[in-house]
Design a protein around this ligand. Sequence first.
Ligand code: FE
Length: 381
Amino acid sequence: MKKIVSLLLVLVLVLSVVACSQPAKEETKDKKEEKKEEPKKEEKKEEPKKEAKVVNLYTTRHYESDDELYKKFEKETGIKVNVVNEKKAGALIEKIKSQKENVQADLFITADAGNLAKAKSAGILEMVDSAVLSKNIPEKYRDVDSHWFGLTKRARIMLYSKERVKPEDLKGLNYDKLSKDARWNKKLLVRSSSNIYNQSLVASFIEVLGEDGAKAWVKGIVSQMARKPEGNDRDQALAIKNKEGDIAISNSYYYGKLVNDKKPDSKYAGVADVVGIYFPNDDPNGVHVNISGIGLIKNAPNQEEAVKLMEFLSEVPQQEQFSSANYEFPVNKEAKMSELLKSWLDAQNIKELNEQKINLSVLGNNNAKALEIMTLENWDK
Ligand code: FE
């Protein structure tokens, strides 16, 4: 009897152990299956993050120093910058417009507020509300509707012959005197009216002098020209070296490029040795200053990354690199201009550039009128 009882007990024990252990085994099985599934879920989550880490930048600037800034941004943020280049702003605007419902471009960079205004009126730009950009970029270098923001400044100034122009010739020289004084009669060199820099210069005069004042200035400039307009800004400096004229209108950074042009086969070799730079800082209406700038593309696929890059480029270290590598003035007041630029201003005892007191948005508004005046006054004939 005892044996039967103990056998029954063993049987009960065995059964209970089996009964208890089965669900446990199933649980383990379930856990294993869960564990197997977990990594799959994680992989799915990571994919879209990887895709978003790019920004597609469409630009007419083609400087190695700009590419270095994009690489630095990539290193700091992990956001890859894809650069699409086009020489002319008009062609770049058309390229972006053609993307219509399938927009790939995130950012637009070009030189001159006149070109930025064209992009805005083509409807390809979008408003950006950024405290960083508002802090770093003074209001006058921003579009009134925040569709574009200036990144660098350049002044449209005079280059002169160090050999033939005397210090007294430059004393008090301003835009008005350049268009009137007998000293510059048939001695002035300037590029064609098809160039946006000249269109914006005249557009700025429409703003500060009025339409009649701008017309009189253009008429005067045409009468002072040493030759029919040809070539780019640097070619005007080359013409000074070749004694075709004594003074030229040019953007300031081109003088930096001439000073640092070390290519032995360059046609500009030696130009900076015989050509000087002059800022008409005493002009009662101020020096014409323009910008290179950036705008966010409407319906940009990588908007967040794009705004990050805009903000990055407005910060002090990047602003200082624009100045030292491409001889432009920073727009951010906290950033220092390069030593070379400072030496140009120091030579004329200029503490601060006396800039035209206009919001650069007006250059776009006045562009068509400016071109009309230049055509009527035979700028190119
Ligand atoms: Fe240029």
